[in-house]
Ligand binder design. Structure first.
Ligand code: ZN
Length: 459
């Protein structure tokens, strides 16, 4: 442990409490990193905030690793961990919401066509757990702000997070992908989402965002794509140096979860069961899975408590279940919400024409596409707020207004019942509700509108 860590303020200790320290994840297809790395032009945003720089210093001091730039995927890795573990504050924290990062500079660097291999482990576990080759770069996100939700640590050691809007919004973006992959691969979606929150600073890291979608800091190439990011490596003696490393680039979050799930299922070279303890077939509860990851995926001794705290605060176990979509009407349309009350009907009201159907529902209630189609609008409008228009195959369109958050993009296709967003009260709206319009074409002109009730609930 370096001297400077002693200078850590209470704030740093608090921040540190949430830092995860992924130890090692090994791709079974490490050899893919041998392939010519496609150079993805990438704007590497290096942002510095007070928090991130102190944080980075603190975190770096808690672990040491030697980077080996061997050309072989069988490269040996050395670990000279100081064996220190993150200290944990036992006092409640009043941390503010994570700050939004402002990109300060942009540099374009080609992807480094070389292999990176680092490994970290704590002395405590070095006897029991083999050191796998690491493709998760924990330094990768250090120079990005790794702000995390505020939390408190109780006497029994469990960690409670304060619900935070930006984290909620991030979960909305990645949750359904995790649900799908979790089901397919028999893994806890709740655990993967909680890990993604920690590893990507709730999606704020540059690596986690479009167009990279790398939530777990996984190195190498994916389908020939990689992005070079500035990162800090540790020489093994505590000396940090700046370098560039290649990280996998994914098509979208689902692609990322799928790749990560593959790692968990296929393990590491020479030990395909390395992560077997997190499989649903072996872990009866998500708590067993998070416990198994501690000391194995991350050196952080508080890793399980952090994941558990996030899973509880954000009800992530909901994503471990299969989604019960809303009912389908006789006309073949899905009802866009599951829990709602009709608060205003289509047509004239108080001398004004109401263009759609208002369905009152709780903030954050899922909005389902009534039919499959293509997204032709997804933007903010002063009266509709966050709204989405989807054109169906028969040419009709549906408009969904006042969303808290929409999670589809113009040009994208959606299937019937797919979640397109969440109920809110944005724009000119009183109270949380979905304003839903149906139009015979894409004009959205008043004369072409139809009464949604007659279609959704009619004979
Ligand atoms: Zn309305």
């Amino acid at each position: 442990m370096k001297k400077f860590s002693r200078m850590a303020s209470a704030l740093i200790f608090t921040l540190q409490a949430f830092l995860s320290t992924p130890m090692a994840v090994l791709a079974s297809d490490m050899s893919s990193t041998k392939e010519a790395t496609e150079q993805v032009q990438k704007a590497t945003d290096t942002t510095e905030t007070t928090e991130s720089s102190t944080e980075s210093t603190e975190e770096s001091s808690t672990k040491e690793s030697i980077e080996s730039s061997s050309s072989s995927s069988e490269s040996t890795t050395e670990s000279t961990s100081s064996g220190t573990k993150p200290s944990e504050s036992s006092t409640p924290s009043d941390q503010e919401t994570p700050k939004k990062e402002e990109p300060k500079k942009e540099t374009e660097k080609p992807a480094a066509p070389k292999e990176e291999s680092t490994a970290e482990q704590s002395n405590q576990i070095s006897q029991e757990v083999p050191t796998p080759e690491t493709i998760v770069d924990q330094e990768a996100t250090i120079d990005l702000s790794r702000t995390v939700p505020s939390s408190t640590v109780t006497q029994d050691g469990s960690i409670h997070f304060e619900k935070n809007e930006s984290v909620d919004s991030f979960i909305h973006k990645i949750g359904e992908s995790a649900r799908k992959i979790g089901k397919e691969k028999e893994l806890y979606a709740s655990v993967m989402i909680a890990q993604a929150i920690l590893e990507s600073a709730s999606g704020q890291s540059q690596l986690a965002q479009e167009p990279n979608y790398n939530l777990f800091g996984i190195k190498g190439t994916h389908n020939g794509k990689s992005v070079s990011m500035a990162t800090q490596e540790n020489l093994g003696n505590g000396t940090l140096y700046a370098t560039q490393a290649g990280f996998r680039v994914y098509e979208n979050y689902e692609d990322c979860f799928n790749d990560y799930a593959t790692l968990l299922k296929e393990g590491i070279t020479g030990n395909s069961n390395y992560y077997a303890g997190v499989w649903k077939s072996n872990a009866k509860t998500y708590q067993e899975a998070t416990e198994y990851l501690t000391g194995r995926y991350a050196t952080d001794t508080q890793y399980a408590q952090k994941l558990n705290g996030l899973i509880e605060t954000y009800d992530l176990t909901d994503y471990d279940k299969e989604l019960q979509g809303p009912i389908i009407s006789r006309s073949g349309y899905k009802i866009p919400l599951q829990n709602y009350t009709i608060s205003s009907v289509f047509g004239n009201r108080n001398g004004e024409f109401h263009r759609g159907l208002d369905m009152a529902a709780a903030q954050g209630e899922r909005i389902y596409a009534v039919k499959s189609g293509r997204v032709i609008k997804a933007e903010f409008h002063t009266s509709w707020g966050n709204y989405v228009v989807i054109q169906h195959e028969d040419g009709t369109t549906a408009l969904y207004a006042h969303q808290q958050q929409s999670i589809v993009k113009v040009g994208g296709t959606v299937s019937q019942s797919q979640i397109i967003g969440y109920v809110g009260s944005t724009g000119n709206s009183t109270g949380s509700h979905l304003h839903f319009e149906l139009c015979k074409d894409s004009s959205l002109s008043q004369g072409m509108l139809v009464d949604p009730q007659s279609v959704l609930f009619g004979d």
